[in-house]
Design a protein around this ligand. Structure first.
Ligand code: TYD
Length: 216
């Protein structure tokens, strides 16, 4: 399937949302459900995240933690470079899905269109990310930034984007983006992420378990 000439990547699920929306928690809960489900059906699956643990991802993390200073446009390029490696590098996402694996990822292109879109305008992240495929399913965890910021207060230190004004813009931009992609029939599941974590995990599983790869 293609959306605006861009190919969908089958068997590829992505979690998206503002900081503190719970993408990492839900990714790990979904991984556990797949593992249990897999006791009967032997599907290979791989869970991963962006920024990655690779060389470029490490530089990005230093910038996010304010250990080094990087211009916002350079950072947009680094996120895209990290993503290109993640997709096409050794044992990358494309290689895995082509082998029939199910890949689940914490953040992907939408994160760049939203966060770098706010930081340096829409054009650059759009150009940098225009060639990357669209996941079979994107799970958007939508949360009131006030609740998210409250959750993040438990963290020992905050990263460059983790403040209320920015997170309000993040939510608005995600919601606009999701509307556009939904109209183009991309697979998108929007979840009210203020709900109880187990309920969210159930809602996610009710959709993911219907994907062809898990039904065989
Ligand atoms: P996050 O998954 O929230 O990491 P952590 O484990 O530190 O909670 O992602 C780190 C930050 O990077 C988050 O604020 C979103 C941001 N980000 C971008 O700005 N652009 C991108 O393309 C990606 C993948 C992440």
């Amino acid at each position: 399937m293609e959306i605006n000439g861009i190919k969908t990547i089958p068997n590829f699920i992505v979690f998206e949302g503002g900081d503190g929306s719970g993408t990492t928690t839900q990714l790990s809960m979904l991984s556990n459900r797949i593992k249990n489900h897999n006791q009967q059906k032997k599907i290979k699956f791989f869970s991963t995240f962006e920024p990655t643990e690779g060389h470029i991802g490490k530089i990005i993390r230093q910038a996010l933690k304010k250990e080094i200073s990087i211009d916002s446009k350079t950072l947009a390029m680094l996120f895209a470079a990290d993503r290109n490696e993640h997709l096409y590098g050794l044992e990358g996402i494309i290689c895995r899905v082509n082998k029939g694996e199910l890949v689940i990822c914490d953040r992907y292109v939408f994160s760049s269109l939203v966060y770098q879109g706010i930081e340096c305008g829409d054009e650059l992240p759009q150009i940098l990310n225009s060639g990357f495929g669209i996941p079979e399913l994107t799970i958007f965890l939508d949360i009131d930034p006030n609740i998210a910021i409250e959750r993040m207060k438990e963290r020992s230190s905050l990263e460059i984007y983790e403040y209320l004004d920015f997170q309000e813009k993040v939510r608005e931009k995600y919601r606009n983006l999701i509307k556009i992609y939904q109209n183009q029939k991309a697979g998108i599941l929007t979840i009210d992420a203020s709900k109880n974590v187990e309920k969210i995990a159930d809602q996610i599983w009710s959709v993911v378990s219907q994907m062809p790869i898990l039904k065989v």
